[in-house]
Design a protein around this ligand. Structure first.
Ligand code: FAD
Ligand code: NA7
Length: 556
């Protein structure tokens, strides 16, 4: 194989050579390994710093952790037999269910032998002479490969806010995405900072068993019922019968959530009908369904957005008994973050053992040995403090590895003004490196997007191998243009007017810019296909004398 020869030329004997190295063993890394090893016949090693496979679902073991994509589309579509064999029992999947599914996939395809766990990658340097990557791991070894695929996760690098006194706390502190197996909450005085998707889940799940729960809320949230529950045999059979159609529709839809997105403008129906449509969505459940299946313009039109907001505020007023608590829980901002859904979040605040602190009005001053002191001078005493404070999303894990491309340029410098990519999968100056869910990829239910990206990258690598090409690199101009496209699309949405991790706005000092392509998976896939069919437009191939003739022939 050309790759191994290239690698051996430039590296010493103590370097272990592969054709491809994959970092990450979540949905992305697992499928990438499968494609490269079993379809292209490459020698591949996947690494993960985690103690098990599963990525997100290995790490996020907090009580209540649940995917809010419905079960039938929160899985791989590429294993058609497994789609028929795997029996879903609930409308949504809990963290243990997803972890068990991914472990099953790995064993079923005998992938485990090529996955090295508990191994963090600390640096990756591109060698221009050999067109190979030299990768250093925290197991003390160096590895080299022609191709480097980063499937590092876009909601993976944890965010712990730098609150004064963090190290003074004498109780236990946990981040939800690094949840320890031995965490004990029963009967304890527990504090939760953060009320995003994770916060809503953990708060609702632990409230019945803790002694007292204090919720420190900075932003009030719009959330609707998730509508989870058992599914019957007919439901499962129907899905299995229709899987081909379902996947086809998912892959050509905008959000890939497995439902038809509405094309009815909110104000095109009268107030009574609007309310009935919102009520049906509320009863049926699902955050994305509420935002995108009811009406077509909630995420783009302010009047429509306010109608959707009003309905949720009315529900809060109905559900929450104490008017002051209800007032604090009522969001007044645009409804334009990733839509949330829950299993009884607002009602949780009717419990006697739950209190709500509005830290926007009454900020956290410091963490003390005993708990949290707020600006009003109150010290909230706690045994356990939970950070449900989210992630350094999208590029967080990239900043935690010393990645160096052409001319030794570091990824940190290359992305000094925020991360960018060409088509989410590549970035200029980093040849032969491919990202799964890199910046400016589709904002969707993620497994179908992951599959789309993995398959495209695999095709490109296959093409290079077939044509004995040494090097491929995204062109800087194309990358810039893709960023402009993403920004233009995002600017048409209300999401761009709201601070959240989707725009890097959740972390002080992080560049606030577009991090996603909001044009939908269908349009994204079409663009990928067009680029491929147009001789991989926007990519430069180098490093083989036969390139021009062969490439042109192969591409046409
Ligand atoms: P991940 O699953 O994040 O895997 C990345 C892996 O890379 C991790 O295991 C990490 O340890 C490893 N890694 C990173 N850096 C290094 C390094 N330097 N060395 C070695 N290993 C490294 N998406 C949806 O579409 N629907 C949902 O309902 C949904 N719910 C979610 C709920 C939670 C609580 C969270 C946190 C995320 C959720 N997501 C959801 C997003 C979810 O992350 C994706 O759906 C999907 O699991 C991402 O898979 P991945 O393989 O790209 O990344
Ligand atoms: P999110 O959505 O980023 O939510 C984090 C929450 O933590 C949010 O309520 C933040 O308030 C809050 N936060 C963050 N820093 C602070 C400080 N310093 N003080 C008080 N409160 C703070 O992360 P999630 O894990 O819930 O969800 C991320 C995605 O992962 C989600 O969409 C799912 O797909 C899974 P803020 O809103 O910024 O005021």
């Amino acid at each position: 194989m050309t790759t191994t020869v290239l690698a051996k030329r430039s590296v010493g004997t103590d370097i272990i050579n592969y054709d491809a190295i994959v970092i990450g063993a979540g949905f992305g890394g697992i499928y990438m390994l499968k494609k490269l090893r079993d379809e292209l016949g490459l020698k591949v090693r996947a690494f993960d710093k985690a103690g098990g496979i599963g990525g997100t679902w290995f790490w996020n073991r907090y009580p209540g952790a649940l995917s809010d994509t419905e079960s039938f589309v929160y899985c791989f579509s590429w294993d058609r037999e497994l789609c028929q064999e795997w029996n879903i029992t609930t409308r949504y999947l809990t963290q243990p269910q997803i972890l068990s599914y991914l472990n099953h996939v790995v064993d079923r395809h005998d992938l485990r032998r090529d996955i090295q766990l508990e191994t963090g990658i600390t640096s990756a340097v591109f060698d221009e002479q050999s067109c190979c990557w030299l990768v250093i791991a925290d197991d003390g070894h160096q590895y080299s490969a022609k191709y480097l695929v980063t499937a590092l996760g876009l909601l993976s690098a944890t965010n712990v806010p730098k609150i004064k006194g963090l190290d003074q706390f004498e109780g236990n502190m946990y981040h939800t995405a690094k949840w320890p197996a031995d965490a004990v909450l029963e009967g304890k005085r527990v504090g939760v900072i953060g009320t995003g998707s994770t916060g809503c889940q953990v708060i609702t799940a632990i409230a019945p068993t803790v002694g007292h729960l204090t919720v420190f809320q900075r932003s009030a949230q719009y959330t609707v019922p998730v509508g989870n529950g058992p599914v019957n045999r007919e439901y499962v059979d129907e899905i299995k019968r229709n899987y081909d159609t379902i996947w086809k529709e998912v892959r050509s839809s905008r959000l890939a959530f497995g439902f038809k997105e509405s094309d009815i403008p909110t104000m095109s129906v009268d107030a009574a009908e609007r309310k009935a449509i919102f009520q049906r969505a509320w009863d049926n459940g699902g955050g994305f369904r509420y935002m995108f299946q009811t009406f077509s313009d909630i995420a783009t039109n302010e009047e429509a957005n306010i109608a959707a907001q009003d309905f949720v505020r009315e529900k809060i007023a109905e559900i929450v008994k104490d008017p002051e608590t209800a007032r604090k829980l009522m969001p007044r901002d645009l409804y334009a973050k990733r839509p949330l859904c829950d299993s009884g979040y607002y009602a949780t605040f009717n419990r006697d053992n739950v209190s709500l602190v509005d830290v926007k009005a009454n900020p956290i001053e410091e963490i003390t040995a005993k708990g949290i002191r707020t600006a009003d001078g109150v010290e909230h005493e706690l045994d356990v403090l939970i950070f449900a404070t989210g992630f350094d999303a999208v590029d967080g894990n990239y900043k935690r590895i010393d990645i160096r491309g052409r001319n030794n340029v570091s990824m940190k410098d290359h992305w000094a003004e925020g991360p960018s990519s060409y088509l989410s999968v590549a970035t200029s100056q980093f040849p032969n490196m491919f990202m799964i869910l890199g910046p400016n990829g589709p904002f969707t239910n993620l497994p179908p997007t992951i599959e789309t990206e993995v398959e495209w990258v695999s095709d490109l690598i296959g093409f290079m191998e077939e044509n004995e090409l040494a090097c491929v690199e995204a062109d800087a101009h194309s990358e810039h243009e893709w960023g402009v496209t993403c920004q233009k699309i995002a600017d048409q949405t209300l999401f761009a007017k709201t601070d959240s991790w989707i725009f890097g706005a959740n972390i002080p000092g992080k560049t606030n810019k577009v991090y996603f392509y909001m044009g939908g998976l269908g349009a994204f896939s079409e663009e990928l296909t067009a680029v491929k069919n147009d001789c991989y437009r926007g990519f430069k191939f180098t490093g083989t004398s036969v390139m021009d003739k062969h490439v042109q022939q192969a591409l046409h």
